[in-house]
Design a protein around this ligand. Sequence first.
Ligand code: S3P
Length: 176
Amino acid sequence: MNSHKTNVSLVGFMGTGKTTLGAMVAERLGKLFVETDEIITRAAGKSIPSIFAEDGETRFRELEIQACKEAAGMRDAVVSCGGGVVLNFINLMYLRETSVVVCLDASPEVIYERIMAEGKEKRPLLAKPNPMAEIKRILDFRAPLYERASEFHVDTDSLSPAEVVGKIIKIYDDNK
Ligand code: S3P
């Protein structure tokens, strides 16, 4: 068995609930909760929107690779990954070394509602005049990448947070 996998990594598009659900999973399993965005913010000394605006997306993606490597080096952590970690396959290679990787799915409509509730300014990729069109465009492009990111997918549209958390923990227990 892969008994070295003490971490759970959550991937999925923005607004699929990685942060909220990841924190709940961490609490239930008694693990540390970490976010790649948080590691990046700390390393750069500025917010995600500032990194995109001042240094560009390419720099952000470099920092994201470092953040995944750092997260993979932790033990007993639940890692909430930025929605774009699937863009660089090396991120998944790092995460898989120590994590059971689970992908959270949601429809564009549900993603739109969740992101609007939180404020689109926090997501530079969606700070556009027509965020719904952007969600659909990016989701379309990334769909095969999310598909390939993990063999474990949980649909967050129709399940309660507690039900999703239960599924994630079962997947982790069965595959750690
Ligand atoms: C991004 C998702 C964001 C953040 C950045 C880019 C993406 O994280 O990393 O704005 O490319 O999908 P969340 O998925 O936590 O919103």
